[in-house]
Design a protein around this ligand. Sequence first.
Ligand SMILES: C[S@@+](CC[C@H](N)C(=O)[O-])C[C@H]1O[C@@H](n2cnc3c(N)ncnc32)[C@H](O)[C@@H]1O
Ligand code: SF4
Ligand code: SF4
Length: 342
Amino acid sequence: MSLFETAKHLKHGLTRSIDVKNRNVRVIGLMATDLCKSRCRHCFIWNKKEHSHLSVDVIGRLVRDPAVTRKTFFELTGGEFLEHPDWREIIKLVKDAGNDFVVLSNGMYPDELIEAVKELGIPNVYMSLDGLGETYKRVRGVDCSDNILRIVDEIKDLTNIHLGYTITPWNAVEDLEQVKALAEEKGVEMSVGAYQSPEFFDTVKPVGKISPEYEPYLDEFMSLNNTWMDKNLSIPCWNIRTKCYILGNGDVFLCQQKSVVLGNLNEKSFNEIWNSPETIATHEEYAACNDCWLACNRPLDMQLAYAGRLVFSNNRLNKMFGEHDWDLVLDAYRNHNSSPGS
Ligand SMILES: C[S@@+](CC[C@H](N)C(=O)[O-])C[C@H]1O[C@@H](n2cnc3c(N)ncnc32)[C@H](O)[C@@H]1O
Ligand code: SF4
Ligand code: SF4
């Protein structure tokens, strides 16, 4: 890694460690609805018996909440975000508040999504693509991959598109290669995550290790997935002090993995929940939690561990934060060459 890249990681680590220290809310995952018409095998949100949508009133209060600043990034997701009856209204609220955001989608509603990018202006679109054609259908029960190809073609010059590939027991490295080739051909970003078992997703199949043929395609974070699964990797959980998830029923979740409820937005304001002694105590309680390796929560922990290890010795970090595997993180970064996250 060049000196310039190392300096970028250090700067990023310093900024984000200030966010962690001050508990600045940097990302809110708004799981605005749990409705979804896919039939995924890796996520059973579609199978929930009772559904709830976050009300526009609650979201209106949220974007004006004192704990939410213009630097708070919103992930508009679900379920399938476009199943929310007022999804356009939600986009307008977040946009009018001046916040940056991404819409996550399974590609089931291409006309609506394309129109929304053109009419409402969506700065970032994340499309899940775990394979094409038959593979997409095997993983998700319905085939929306042609929709996704159309969406990419029609909006790639109007917004930042990100293709998200999840390694699951139902797709293979050849599928990843196809999606990667497609992302390169279209000139859009792509990232690779792996099957885990968030409690809210009601997953059925146990989580397994990532097969070795995927190795060349994994970034430094995913490259440590199997080490974590072998229980040979532990780092502190800092990300929860800058990110949370909000569900359709108003519950504020600690993280994507655990259905730990910090409070409910139908009863209290976000500020009251986030800055309550109970939430601060919960963040302390989970500071040493290492129960997931989810790509939507833990990369920040790895970025901070890396930046910390660049500055301090193993012993010093152990004294400050308890015994952790700082050098494994250092090695993973040395074997890769990626830029720090946002
Ligand atoms: C829960 S979905 C919501 C957005 C939208 N419905 C979609 O599928 O893109 C967000 C992302 O989580 C991923 N995901 C679902 N189940 C997962 C699991 N068990 N482990 C890891 N990622 C999972 C999906 O593939 C998708 O990229
Ligand atoms: S991954 Fe997305 S599309 Fe699949 S069931 Fe879950 S919410 Fe629906
Ligand atoms: S390590 Fe624990 S607290 Fe942190 S995100 Fe994962 S499950 Fe949540």
